[in-house]
Design a protein around this ligand. Structure first.
Ligand SMILES: NC(=O)c1ccc[n+]([C@@H]2O[C@H](COP(=O)([O-])OP(=O)(O)OC[C@H]3O[C@@H](n4cnc5c(N)ncnc54)[C@H](OP(=O)(O)O)[C@@H]3O)[C@@H](O)[C@H]2O)c1
Length: 352
């Protein structure tokens, strides 16, 4: 596809942590080009390069620098809107855009548990995208909202999916060590993070518990959550990017560590079948060293789009345990939305 045929997209909240990641990942995308950016009143009216404190190691893409930041009240012309807005702003803005006919692909929590809104990981529950037809009818919207999950829930669920399919899941405990960038910028004050672990991230545990069950649930004219027990402990640690999670799990049909490793390593989903542009070749990477995964060694594997699993071993209480790691602003946010948009396009569900 030549560049002038690419689908124009808008990025909402484009100046923030996730918004910047969208701008970076969409640069040179074969199907989409960033045509509009929008953010708060603080940024509206300025050009993107002036409004944005760019904090990624790669340079700000030249094509984004001169875009004028729109106010969220302004009309958008792009058929697709990627949203990296805070939840409260997303509630009103995303519904208004969906009503007007846009496909909204959101990172915000506002609509994730709405009974009409698909919560999708492209490898885990691609069939849930069919829920947009019911959403449009029920809400009387010309467009729709599809959400991706909480950053920790996405990586957890990506690793649960092969276990769920092969052995069934009865119950699990998960303890996270989440990077500071997960709180946006400036996020947690530096004096709270240095020499410290903060054992509380507001509403994070509830999100992980609810979202994992919705992702792994079924869609048959309505979303039915999967039936297993899950308890999450969420902690903020002094890591820049990359969430680490320790999982202990009781499977319905017990599996040895070797069987679990085989399920992780052979797992492939719809994005790999369709060879979508942002799909990792291997959605789950297994490391066999005793001291992996680690955030600063493993978060960028498969361009940040895979989850890395390690220390797969027996758990004396629940049967099996392992550690997982994933990039929070790539596969845990912007990259997940972009992959969902690619899936929608491949399945003929984009409004273009
Ligand atoms: N960070 C992560 O790892 C992560 C992962 C998954 C999901 N999420 C979700 O993604 C969303 C964005 O998170 P973030 O970490 O990128 O946050 P952030 O760094 O604080 O960025 C927020 C963005 O939204 C804009 N904004 C803030 N208040 C607004 C308002 N009232 N009206 C319009 N625009 C407003 C900001 O614009 P200005 O620059 O103009 O203020 C900025 O562009 C949140 O819903 C978050 O829960 C984040």
């Amino acid at each position: 596809m030549s560049s002038d045929q690419r689908i124009p997209v808008a990025v909402l909240g484009a100046t923030g942590s996730v918004g910047q990641r969208f701008i970076q990942l969409l640069e040179g995308h074969p199907w989409f080009r960033v045509a509009e950016v929008a953010a708060s009143d603080r940024s509206a009216g300025k050009c993107y390069a002036v409004a944005t404190e760019w904090r990624l190691t790669a340079e700000m893409p030249e094509s984004a620098r001169g875009l004028k930041v729109k106010d969220l009240g302004e009309e958008l012309t792009s058929p697709i809107a990627f949203s990296a807005l805070p939840g409260d702003a997303a509630l009103e803005v995303e519904a208004r855009l969906a009503k007007a006919g846009h496909a909204v692909l959101s990172n915000a929590s506002a609509y994730r548990m709405d009974p009409d809104v698909p919560l999708v990981i492209a490898e885990v529950n691609p069939d849930h995208i069919r829920g947009v037809e019911r959403q449009k009818a029920n809400k009387d919207w010309a467009g729709y909202i599809i959400t991706n999950g909480n950053c920790s829930a996405i990586h957890l669920t990506l690793t649960l999916k092969p276990l769920y399919d092969a052995f069934g899941i009865d119950a699990m405990l998960v303890t996270t060590m989440q990077a500071v960038s997960g709180a946006g910028y400036p996020g947690v004050p530096s004096l709270d993070m240095i020499d410290n672990v903060v054992p509380y991230i507001g509403t994070e545990e509830e999100k992980m518990q609810e979202e994992a069950r919705k992702f792994l649930g079924s869609y048959d004219g309505g979303f039915k959550p999967a039936d297993f027990g899950i308890s999450a402990h969420c902690n903020r640690v002094a890591v820049r990017d990359g969430h680490t999670e320790c999982v202990s799990i009781r499977l319905k049909q017990p599996a040895t560590p070797a069987e679990a490793i085989e399920a992780f390593e052979t797992f492939r989903g719809r994005p790999q079948e369709l060879d979508l542009p942002s799909a990792p070749k291997r959605p789950i990477i297994v490391r066999h060293e005793n001291n992996r995964p680690q955030p600063n060694l493993d978060r960028d594997v498969e361009n940040g789009m895979a989850s890395t699993v390690g220390r797969v071993r027996e758990c004396p209480v629940l049967g099996l345990k392992y550690v997982l790691l994933g990039h929070n602003t790539v596969r845990g946010a912007a990259g997940a939305s972009i992959l969902n948009a690619e899936l929608l396009k491949a399945e003929g569900l984009l409004p273009v």
